[in-house]
Ligand binder design. Structure first.
Ligand code: T5A
Length: 234
């Protein structure tokens, strides 16, 4: 018999970034990481899904190359889950146990939105997978970068221009698929307002960064002390 895994609450802080293609997650994660490194006094771990650990990166290459597409959304969800198990065990949970701030580019909400809402996998299956794969390791805050799909896909295409890289497995889906994704992320935010916040990602990168900093400061007290309060404490 497999004994249930009992987990102590970890002292770290887990922040995930979600949204459609090209919403600006990687750009904003890099900016927030730099801010947190200079102002929080804590270690910051930046990671992504699918991927984040060597084995999970191997699964990422297969998934984004479309290897699992012919098997359908359930099989794809199982592969995302396999990558997530390794990522959680090897990187995320150890970092949280050390008290670090973990910034993760996509996590469970991407499975809910892409394989669930957009590709049609039964929500009960998605939730069951979450329960066994993620267990209690849930984000403290999820920032959903919201953008019309046309704009996000144009950004993603612009980034790939001149690199010889075409659209990946999910970027190549129909506009209707990407519209369902956007609706799904907004529905997740409405259903879990304590965990999630929606950011208007259609603005310039500096304005989006300011909005994200304000949200992090408001939602996670003590993580981003102002210059003034740090000076007062010194
Ligand atoms: N997936 C993932 C699932 O289907 N299920 C799952 O469970 C999980 C975890 C991952 C794919 O896997 C799927 C979802 C994805 O399709 P990926 O390459 O990591 O693939 O895809 P994305 O996460 O979408 O990464 P992108 O790099 O495409 O988008 P980002 O990170 O949101 O955007 P970013 O920062 O790289 O910016 C894109 C371009 O826009 C510019 C940037 O300079 C860059 O050129 N930009 C802006 N331009 C104007 N204004 C702004 N505010 C801008 N911000 C950035």
């Amino acid at each position: 018999m497999i004994a249930p895994r009992v987990e102590e609450p970890a002292p770290g802080t887990f922040i995930t970034f979600e949204g459609g293609e090209g919403a600006g997650k990687s750009t904003q994660i890099a900016r927030l990481a730099a801010t947190l490194r200079s102002r929080s006094g804590r270690e910051v771990c930046v990671t992504r899904e699918p991927g984040g650990s060597p084995r999970a990166e191997e699964i990422r290459a297969a998934l984004l190359g479309g290897v699992a597409k012919p098997y359908g959304p359930f099989a794809e969800a199982l592969l995302f889950s396999a990558a997530r198990i390794d990522h959680l065990d090897r990187l995320i949970r150890p970092a949280l146990r050390r008290g670090e701030i973990v910034l993760c580019d996509r996590f469970i909400d991407s499975t809910r939105a892409y394989q669930g809402a957009a590709a049609g996998l039964d929500p009960a299956v998605v939730i069951a997978l979450e329960r066994v794969v993620v267990g209690p390791t849930r984000p403290d805050l999820t920032l959903i970068l919201d953008l019309p799909p046309e704009a996000g896909l144009a950004r993603a295409a612009g980034r790939g221009a001149g690199t010889g890289q075409g659209a990946d497995r999910f970027e190549a889906e129909s506009l209707d698929f990407h519209a369902r994704l956007r609706d799904a992320f907004l529905a997740i935010a409405r259903a879990e307002p304590e965990r999630c916040a929606v950011i208007d990602a259609g603005r310039d990168p500096d304005s989006v960064e300011v909005a994200i900093r304000a949200l992090v400061a408001a939602r996670l007290s003590g993580l981003l002390p102002t210059e003034r309060s740090r000076g007062d404490a010194a």
